[in-house]
Design a protein around this ligand. Structure first.
Ligand code: NAP
Length: 242
């Protein structure tokens, strides 16, 4: 059990992030739950976490904005430090590169990569001082395999894998472990508009995944069982690319 330990999960009002937050709460963590806009869904997740007997603090800010990230987290970090940080917030703006607007490129890159930097940079000094911590970055199958219309998203998620590996090496001596989880096609709002009938034919297990499948991998990486694992990428994708 992880009584009184804290897990900060970004983008946790819905989808994979919400499931990760609830799973880590079941594992015994109190949750700092970040989201950008959806108050109603965030409140629902908070209630579910509280019904498990854990605390849940809602932190509404845009992870792509350094000042907001810093000013939301710094006062909390004066007295508490999360043991786990899950950089999960992300979004897609799919279009072929030839049609892509500069803001569609920048916004997608920014939520994933600036989001990772802003959150991690803010929390890391406290983790290093504590000489323990787990940073888990949610990347994507799009980082490994070409998907038309996702050059912005693929670049962001591949970049996140690079950052995961470099940071893992930087902070290993302080017992802070940094890994990435790379989901395939997981049933959330994010799949809206994708040609699932065609996509299912490319998945060896023949089905899309559930948010739970990703949350269980995060739960493992946050646990005592994963104390000798760092700098790795774990694909949760039904066998795509095997
Ligand atoms: P989702 O259902 O669209 O949920 C996205 C979550 O991220 C929401 O809670 C949203 O908050 C939050 N968010 C978005 N931008 C944010 C920002 N700038 N600051 C703070 N929070 C922000 O997405 P999902 O499918 O759960 O995806 C979660 C992660 O898994 C993403 O990184 C995604 O790229 C990755 N992933 C998903 C799949 C998939 O098949 N679903 C596959 C591979 C990777 P609000 O709703 O409150 O605005």
């Amino acid at each position: 059990m992880n009584e009184n330990k804290i897990a900060l999960v970004t983008g946790a009002s819905r989808g994979i992030g919400a499931e990760i937050a609830k799973t880590l709460a079941k594992d015994g963590f109190d949750i700092w739950l970040n989201y950008r806009s959806n108050d109603i869904e965030a409140e629902k997740v908070k209630k579910e976490i509280e019904s498990l007997g854990r605390k849940c603090l809602l932190l509404k800010f845009d992870v792509a904005d350094y000042k907001n990230t810093e000013s939301s987290l710094s006062p909390l970090l004066e007295t508490q430090t999360p043991f786990v940080v899950v950089n999960n917030a992300g979004f897609r703006r799919d279009t072929l590169l030839i049609w892509m607007k500069p803001e569609e490129w920048k916004d997608v890159i920014s939520v994933t990569l600036d989001g990772f930097f802003n959150i991690t940079k803010t929390v890391l000094p406290s983790m290093l001082r504590n000489r323990e911590g787990r940073i888990i970055n949610i990347t994507s199958a799009a980082a490994h395999f070409g998907v038309p219309g996702q050059s912005n998203y693929s670049a962001a998620k591949a970049g996140l894998i690079g950052a995961t590996k470099s940071l893992a090496v930087e902070v290993a001596k302080r017992n802070v472990l940094v890994n990435a989880v790379s989901p395939g096609f997981i049933e959330t709002d994010m799949l809206e508009g994708l040609p699932m009938e065609q996509i299912l034919k490319t998945i060896p297990l023949g089905k899309s995944g559930k948010a739970r499948d990703v949350a269980d991998m995060v739960s493992y990486l946050a646990s005592d069982k994963a104390g000798y694992i760092t700098g790795q990428v774990f694909q949760v994708n039904g066998g795509i690319g095997a």
